[in-house]
Ligand binder design. Sequence first.
Ligand SMILES: N[C@@H](CCC(=O)N[C@@H](CS)C(=O)NCC(=O)O)C(=O)O
Length: 197
Amino acid sequence: MITLYHAPQSRSSRIVWLLEEVGAPYDLKITNIPRMDGTGAPDPANPHPDKKVPALVDDGVLITESGAIVLHLTDKFPAAKLGPAVGDALRGPYLSWLFYYAGVMEPVVSLDFAGLPANPMVQRTFRSKAEFGARVLAALREGPYLLGERFSGADILLASMLQWARHTLPADKLVDDYLARINARPALGRATAKDGG
Ligand SMILES: N[C@@H](CCC(=O)N[C@@H](CS)C(=O)NCC(=O)O)C(=O)O
């Protein structure tokens, strides 16, 4: 049994979306978290070590971090074809996008949101929005998705960031069309309907 600890309109919303995409039965545990506006509080029932969401428990095993959860679910449900398997030529690009998203894009966007000034150490480690924007645009030019013809868990991570902060990528029709295409997915509609808590 899969249980998702989920706070509405948060990073766990994209995992609700992915669970709808894979079509697996799951239990949604609505979870309190501290919010930026000062509301909310850590939920003692949340098994996440930092009391964050998403936290996924699959057959008693806890998985945290959006990228890890996406990889776990796309591997576990291969029939959904949302994650190229080991041996598939797209596995490398798939892993690269998942880890680039988690290890570079989210930190850069967080620093940007925090209004921190550009810093040589940060630039050296992560580069900047300009570099990841160029990389995404190059992929979408081949498109229509990050892995070419194949929609994947990596698109769920990227699109969920864009749904919240479109300006993190360049103002380009390629990105707008990409987002519109993804926003029309029925699984996203079902997830959004469940996201109110
Ligand atoms: N890197 C983590 C970030 C998780 C995260 O920061 N989640 C936020 C919600 S969007 C949270 O639970 N915040 C509550 C807190 O900071 O205590 C992931 O992608 O899973």
